[in-house]
Design a binder for this molecule. Structure first.
Ligand code: HEC
Length: 127
């Protein structure tokens, strides 16, 4: 039996894979356009960009904590900084950009890292 190709069946895989419709933004660009709203000045006790004391602690926690927290949201921080259209990779790049400005030395994440962080974020959201 032939499955008719409906518009919905064409669109569905894009949602399933969360393929970004736009070119991936750099961590710096995401920080400037989204994260700096709160992280430039420490709104609601957000760790301030470049504050090595605050970020030093976070850097020691590591990306396995920080990225899922940024994806899922934590206390007053909304999921993905309130911009659900950002891809997971863009949010991770912004976390790395901020963490490295605070003394971290993190490299670009692999696809495996991103998949693991997404799983952790989903577990946080369900809690
Ligand atoms: C609306 C304000 C707001 C925006 C926008 C925002 N944050 Fe946050 N962020 C916060 C606050 C508040 C905290 C502190 C949460 C706490 O520990 O109580 C925080 C904490 C964090 C932390 C530390 C998490 C931890 O484990 O303690 C990371 C990483 C982070 N933000 C990344 C980002 C990234 C990346 C972006 C941009 C995509 C972003 N934030 C945008 C408010 C914001």
């Amino acid at each position: 039996m032939r499955t008719p190709l409906t518009p919905a069946s064409l669109i569905f895989p894009a949602f399933l894979l969360a393929v970004p419709a736009h070119a991936m933004q750099s961590g710096e660009a995401v920080y400037q356009s989204v994260c700096s709203q709160c992280h430039a000045h420490g709104t609601d006790n957000a760790p301030v960009f470049g504050d090595r004391k605050r970020w030093g602690k976070l850097v020691r926690e590591g990306l396995n904590d920080l990225v899922p927290a940024a994806l899922a949201g934590i206390r007053k921080m909304p999921a993905k900084g309130g911009k659900p259209e950002l891809s997971d990779g863009e949010v991770a790049a912004a976390v790395i950009y901020m963490a490295n400005a605070g003394g971290g030395k993190f490299a670009e994440p692999s696809a495996d890292d991103l998949a693991r962080w997404r799983q952790k974020a989903d577990r946080r959201i369900k809690k």
